[in-house]
Design a binder for this molecule. Structure first.
Ligand code: HEC
Ligand code: HEC
Ligand code: HEC
Ligand code: HEC
Ligand code: HEC
Ligand code: HEC
Length: 418
């Protein structure tokens, strides 16, 4: 009896101990250096410095190009961390063991200097790094920075097709069921004693051959076939010169899946024009060298990868890499990235598809005039926080519908044609 009781209490005691242990461990892991402030202002100030200078290579809770930063003030002294951020190479050159170790661990990738950051800046940065909201990582990886989903209003055309197809199938099913009911009823009636007129009526009803041979039926079928052929021909005509799916081989096997997907390097780091100008820009070899000066191979292998050697050659010979253009509008049309990305808040993926999953970039959308116009009809403009639109919004306040791009002239020929 007593043996039994003591036995059952063993797991109980063990689990309490385990819980205590984990509680202690938990507080240990999450305790940052007490010198680091956890005030809201410090965290907010630190976040903007982080986003402007560090986000390209660091995430708080996950390894990226550089190490995950949360908990850094726990594993290093504040003084060391400040020195490393301001000028990591100086610290490494001084032979500091910790600095040399992390440098080697990251394939001797040189972190840029940040001498311009004041002491206060650095303390705010550390506040963000230690206490910045943890949901942040998820938001950043979803790519959503206050951007408005485009094409939210209206039913997309793919859905319309699906709905139509479903309706047709339902109609056919109803017809089949009705046919079945008729045939069952006829069979039943045939077993009943009926007078001659009724008999004739039943037999005539089930004679389908007549229907197939009737003029009306032939005309309907011919009309359907003609309509189908015409529609296919028109669709073909509209898509002449459309390069959807075009994925040329590039001179260097550059992977967006690796850079923009796995390492989450922001699009703007390479496509620098996207928020400020007409063209998105393709990065020069110098931008590649920011990182590839030190990353010469994948996974820390020795030697230089032949693909990366091509970047070195381009820089040495001072010759641009000859990337093959994927997206190309004809000269008669005008398209501006800043207008769509910075003002309109349209995400790259809405027009370019899941670039961050592409080993080789392909053209996701048709880039036809109809494509531009469809979106301008359906998409609401982003008016909040844009003084330019305040008057327009007031004028429009009587209407129930949101302001669409078409309402600000998005369908005028001259807006898109020179
Ligand atoms: C171009 C990429 C890049 C940028 C930008 C960058 N870092 Fe780093 N960082 C690294 C790499 C890579 C390492 C690993 C050490 C090394 O290779 O020098 C590192 C290491 C660190 C470390 C040491 C972490 C540890 O566990 O010891 C700290 C702290 C740090 N970075 C903070 C920052 C801060 C703060 C900023 C922005 C002000 C920043 N980094 C910007 C790439 C970068
Ligand atoms: C590390 C640099 C880098 C990053 C980060 C990057 N790109 Fe690129 N991108 C390139 C290079 C180089 C090319 C040209 C070679 C190619 O087409 O693959 C390119 C090509 C493209 C093209 C095709 C351009 C054309 O020729 O029409 C699109 C679209 C594009 N990138 C979108 C994006 C988007 C969206 C992101 C973010 C999710 C992104 N890129 C992130 C370097 C980058
Ligand atoms: C912000 C840093 C960064 C920039 C900028 C950058 N890369 Fe990379 N690149 C990386 C990282 C990280 C890897 C993967 C290394 C690993 O997995 O060990 C990589 C890998 C590669 C590889 C694969 C090498 C192989 O052997 O398979 C190629 C090719 C490459 N990059 C080309 C480019 C080109 C071209 C550019 C400029 C348009 C560029 N990279 C810009 C960080 C960068
Ligand atoms: C509203 C649709 C749309 C959005 C949003 C958009 N693009 Fe584009 N992009 C285009 C079109 C259209 C072209 C072809 C432009 C041309 O040929 O003049 C293009 C071309 C490009 C090119 C080739 C070089 C150039 O500038 O012509 C790159 C690179 C590119 N886009 C990157 C991006 C990135 C990165 C983003 C997000 C920050 C983005 N795009 C957002 C429609 C869009
Ligand atoms: C995914 C949706 C989308 C697609 C596709 C798109 N646009 Fe737009 N476009 C917008 C939005 C949103 C705005 C409004 C931006 C603003 O608030 O000024 C806009 C605005 C414009 C404007 C300025 C209109 C004005 O009256 O100020 C022009 C010009 C334009 N787009 C051209 C094009 C061209 C050319 C294409 C096709 C190659 C295209 N757009 C494709 C969403 C789109
Ligand atoms: C929202 C932008 C936009 C507006 C508004 C617009 N277009 Fe276009 N248009 C384009 C684009 C982009 C192309 C090139 C697409 C292609 O070649 O498939 C084009 C192509 C054309 C072409 C050449 C077709 C071909 O096959 O080469 C003609 C003609 C044309 N547009 C006339 C007009 C007229 C007329 C209007 C005014 C009623 C107009 N467009 C309004 C964007 C626009």
């Amino acid at each position: 009896m007593s043996i039994k009781r003591s036995l059952t209490s063993v797991p109980l005691k063990l689990s309490t101990l385990l819980m205590l242990f984990f509680l202690m461990l938990g507080t240990q892991v999450f305790a940052a250096n007490p010198e680091v402030s956890d005030s809201e202002e410090a965290i907010a100030a630190g976040k903007s410095i982080f986003n402007a200078n560090c986000k390209t290579c660091h995430k708080l809770d996950q390894k990226s190009v550089g190490p995950a930063l949360r908990g850094v003030t726990d594993r290093r002294s504040i003084d060391w961390t400040k020195k490393f951020i301001r000028n990591s190479q100086a610290l490494i050159a001084s032979g500091d063991a910790q600095a040399v170790a992390i440098y080697n661990e990251f394939n001797q990738l040189v972190m840029p200097n940040h001498e311009f950051l004041s002491d206060d800046d650095l303390m705010n940065l550390l506040a963000y790094v230690e206490y910045g909201d943890k949901a942040d990582a998820a938001v950043a990886s979803a790519g959503g920075e206050g951007s408005v989903a485009a094409g939210g209003a209206g039913i997309p055309s793919e859905y319309l097709t699906i709905i139509l197809a479903v309706l047709v199938i339902v109609l056919l099913l109803i017809l089949i069921v009705l046919g079945l009911i008729i045939s069952i009823l006829t069979k039943y009636l045939k077993t009943q004693p009926l007078d001659e007129a009724d008999q004739e009526f039943i037999n005539q009803k089930s004679d389908f051959k007549k229907v197939f041979r009737s003029d009306a039926f032939v005309i309907i079928i011919t009309a359907l076939v003609v309509a189908l052929v015409v529609k296919t021909a028109l669709d073909e005509l509209y898509t002449i010169g459309v390069q959807q799916g075009y994925a040329p081989k590039q001179p260097i096997a550059f992977s967006h899946q690796l850079h923009a997907g796995q390492y989450e390097i922001p699009c703007q780091y390479c496509h620098t024009g996207v928020e400020i100008g007409k063209s998105a820009n393709i990065p020069s070899a110098n931008i590649c060298m920011n990182c590839h000066m030190h990353i010469q191979n994948v996974g820390g292998k020795d030697g230089i990868s032949p693909e990366i050697a091509k970047i070195y050659a381009a820089v040495d010979e001072n010759k641009p890499i000859e990337w093959v253009r994927v997206h190309n509008l004809p000269d008669l049309s005008y398209f501006n990235h800043a207008q769509h990305v910075a003002v309109g808040g349209v995400e790259c993926q809405t027009c370019h598809g899941p670039i961050e999953e592409m080993e080789v970039v392909y053209q996701h959308s048709t880039l036809t005039m109809g494509w531009c116009i469809d979106c301008h009809r359906q998409t609401s403009i982003r008016t909040e926080g844009n003084e330019y639109y305040d008057k327009l919004v007031q004028l429009h306040s009587g209407s129930k519908n949101a302001l669409k791009v078409k309402d600000i002239g998005g369908l005028e020929c001259a807006k898109c044609h020179y």
